[in-house]
Design a protein around this ligand. Structure first.
Ligand SMILES: C[S@@+](CC[C@H](N)C(=O)[O-])C[C@H]1O[C@@H](n2cnc3c(N)ncnc32)[C@H](O)[C@@H]1O
Length: 203
């Protein structure tokens, strides 16, 4: 079984990193119609999924990091929820785990860390798996100010391979180019509170 490992996965991600995205998760929750069936791609420790599960019929989170999924499952055990499921695996293997169609697929801060080929394959797969795709990631061009510099620093600290993919994501024009390359049409682009982030909606 493939496994992705970052030094900050698991409890560190859940405690120190994911909470900084809470405003993003709330924005996404507001876009999703109630009672939807949701797939969260690269769900990390599942923090957004617990929020979305409040009004969704079902939420499935999949992540390649066994440490992140372990933390997500530990949290799930403590809550009495039967409409969330966490899967350890790659989105590219989703059909091994479930064949169900989804109303919404969400992918937040994952594409920039994938290699170029994996990004395109993932987006093409999501187009067949869900009716609506919501993507949140870095705005390109990256702002030439402190916010842009701190984003770059964070990505540098994530590790060599991660940083190489981030730089390629930026160099190639970010989400807009990627959506076009994958044959996806953007319905809406939303600014998402911080200067370095955007949300795009594809239907
Ligand atoms: C920066 S984290 C973002 C986590 C969460 N979506 C968030 O917004 O906080 C990126 C996650 O994507 C996962 N990931 C990367 N490639 C993946 C793949 N092919 N399939 C599933 N998860 C993947 C990583 O393991 C990592 O947990």
């Amino acid at each position: 079984m493939q496994d992705k490992r970052h030094w900050y996965d698991g409890k560190i991600y859940e405690t120190f990193i994911a909470p900084h995205q809470d405003d993003l998760y709330k924005l996404i929750k507001n876009i999703i119609p109630p009672n939807s069936k949701v797939l969260d791609v690269g769900c990390g420790t599942g923090r957004m999924d617990f929020l979305l599960a409040q009004e969704s019929a079902k939420v499935i989170g999949i992540d390649l990091s066994s440490k992140n999924i372990k933390t997500a499952k530990e949290k799930l055990q403590k809550k009495n929820l039967d409409n969330i499921e966490f899967i350890h695996g790659s989105i590219l293997d989703i059909k091994k785990f479930t064949d169900e169609p989804f109303d919404i697929a969400i992918i937040t801060y994952v594409l920039h860390e994938m290699d170029p080929e994996e990004r395109i394959r993932t987006l093409r797969l999501l187009k067949t798996a869900a009716q609506m795709i919501i993507i949140a990631d870095y705005i390109v061009p990256v702002p030439k100010d402190l916010s842009g510099l701190s984003a770059k620093t964070i990505e540098f600290l994530a590790g060599k391979n991660h940083f190489t993919n981030y730089r390629n994501f930026v160099k190639n024009g970010g989400l807009q180019t990627l959506a076009a390359d994958a044959g996806l049409q953007i319905k809406e682009t939303l600014k998402a509170h911080t200067e370095t982030r955007q949300i795009i909606v594809i239907e």
